[in-house]
Design a protein around this ligand. Structure first.
Ligand code: ARG
Length: 440
């Protein structure tokens, strides 16, 4: 625990992880990392994280690469690296180097995963590593007249065998090699092995460790979340991007489209990046999902706790009027909530005044961590639609601090006289809220 962490922080943080511990148990994660992880001496920290994931009952398939090691072997033997359209051509001599390099990396990884040093995160660790002929490959063949020889792609993944290993609590380690029914060995890419395996296993997560922090937008800002269609747009809109993004983002898309629940692209340079990505709501890299994780729906009694959590900070700052839990429980059916990834991040309530054909929009709140995503606007539009469906003509809000937000969205300032009679009689003259009205 870092020296500066207070016990209270530690406890709060540990508790915040509980929902993930529960939801990840028994789930299958495929995690892919390049040979650089081992070459740079960074693998030890990563084994600590794998150890933790395995200890939490997550079924793990690790896929390693060996590019720098292969290049080293080739250089040592004076064999020229040969690429065609970005794909390595593997002739018989090169294949020999590939086998040697992959074998060495694998042994190093297995050794580190076997550590059980006292006073280290690996104390009492009992990781059993499984390997085998799980991947059947086929040759890529001849492209534009160039025979890629022993370079292959995944043809079949032996799902039953992998499941057997994981059933026994073993961590599967896959190398970027595949075998053919005729007894040949093929040189595969780690991203192909990882993606095909995640799809075949119907994995819950596919994680790529890479050189950048994730996918960035045109301004260089990290994009934290992408739906498959947004990811496609990113790929077609950018003409240049880091190599890793070009390699892994299409794989993430392919996996999510084929039913893998989530794909994550995270930095290999940040110690503990996997833990931060998996055990926090906002993550640290880019997460790709099939379709949006947002749902806007009517609130129910189970949502009262979440709504309270959202409103309390705003009430404390005096932005919203305080509402008791009892009041919320009584009036919860007036609320809608916006959920992101099963967490309530926004809400609002609608109080219709049928006689005056108007409705009050109250308690519009968005989680501070989720600002600037258009959530407030989405809720506002939804409420306006709901009011319209009830035949109402006007929406009004009472606010002390957020006037400009409503003005920018078509509301005009009015005064107390514009309020429905019943609301007027309850108006709090001390609070001096301003009244804003919008036609709907
Ligand atoms: N921890 C959650 C998960 O693993 C959410 C991660 C969100 N990550 C992100 N880059 N937006 O599914």
């Amino acid at each position: 625990m870092p020296i500066k962490t207070t016990p209270a922080d530690f406890v709060a943080w540990f508790r915040s992880v509980a929902p993930y511990v529960n939801s990840f148990r028994g789930k299958t994660f495929v995690i892919a990392f390049g040979g650089e992880m081992v070459a740079d001496g960074k693998f030890l920290e990563l084994t600590h994280d794998f150890n933790l994931l395995a200890a939490l009952g997550i079924r793990l398939v690790l896929v390693h690469g060996a590019r720098p090691q292969i290049e080293q072997h080739l250089a040592r033997k004076n064999i020229e690296d040969s690429y065609h359209l970005g794909i390595r051509r593997t002739d018989t001599e090169t294949m020999q180097c590939v086998k040697e390099a992959v074998g060495r990396v694998r042994v190093e990884i297995e050794a580190l995963l076997s550590m059980g040093l006292a006073n280290s995160p690996m104390a009492n660790a009992d990781i059993r590593v499984a390997g085998g002929n799980f991947i059947t490959a086929k040759p890529i063949g001849v492209i534009n007249g160039v025979d890629l020889q022993h370079t292959g792609s995944v043809r079949k993944v032996d799902v039953a065998a992998l499941n057997d290993r994981m059933e026994f609590g073993e961590v599967v380690l896959l190398s970027p090699l595949g075998y053919s029914p005729t007894g040949e060995v093929f040189n595969l890419t780690l991203e192909d092995v990882a993606t095909a395996t995640a799809i075949a296993l119907d994995a819950d997560k596919l994680v790529f460790l890479m050189d950048t922090d994730g996918v960035q937008d045109n301004k260089g800002q990290l994009i934290r979340e992408l739906t498959v269609s947004q990811a496609r747009t990113v790929l077609s809109a950018q003409d240049t991007r880091p190599d890793d993004v070009s390699l892994f983002l299409p794989c993430a898309i392919r996996a999510c489209e084929a039913g893998v629940a989530r794909a994550h692209l995270v930095s290999r340079h940040t110690d503990g990046a996997i833990l931060q990505e998996l055990f926090s709501d906002e993550g640290i890299g880019t997460m790709v999902v099939e379709s949006t994780l947002n749902t806007l729906r009517d609130a129910s009694i189970e949502d009262v706790g979440g709504i309270l959590q959202l409103l309390r900070p705003l009430e404390e700052q005096g932005i919203l009027v305080r509402r008791s839990r009892e009041l919320l429980e009584r009036e919860v059916e007036r609320f809608v909530v916006l959920e992101h990834d099963h967490r309530i991040v926004g809400c609002a309530a609608l109080y219709p005044f049928l006689d005056e054909a108007s409705a009050e929009l109250a308690c519009l709140a968005v989680d501070a961590q989720c600002r600037d995503k258009g959530y407030g606007e989405a809720i506002l539009n939804h409420m306006a639609e709901l009011a319209k469906q009830q035949g109402l003509k006007k929406l009004f809000v009472l606010t002390t601090r957020t006037a400009h937000w409503f003005l920018e969205r078509g509301f005009v300032e009015s005064d107390v006289t514009a309020l429905p009679a019943q609301k007027k009689s309850l108006y709090n003259y001390q609070r001096k809220s301003k009244v804003f009205v919008r036609k709907i």
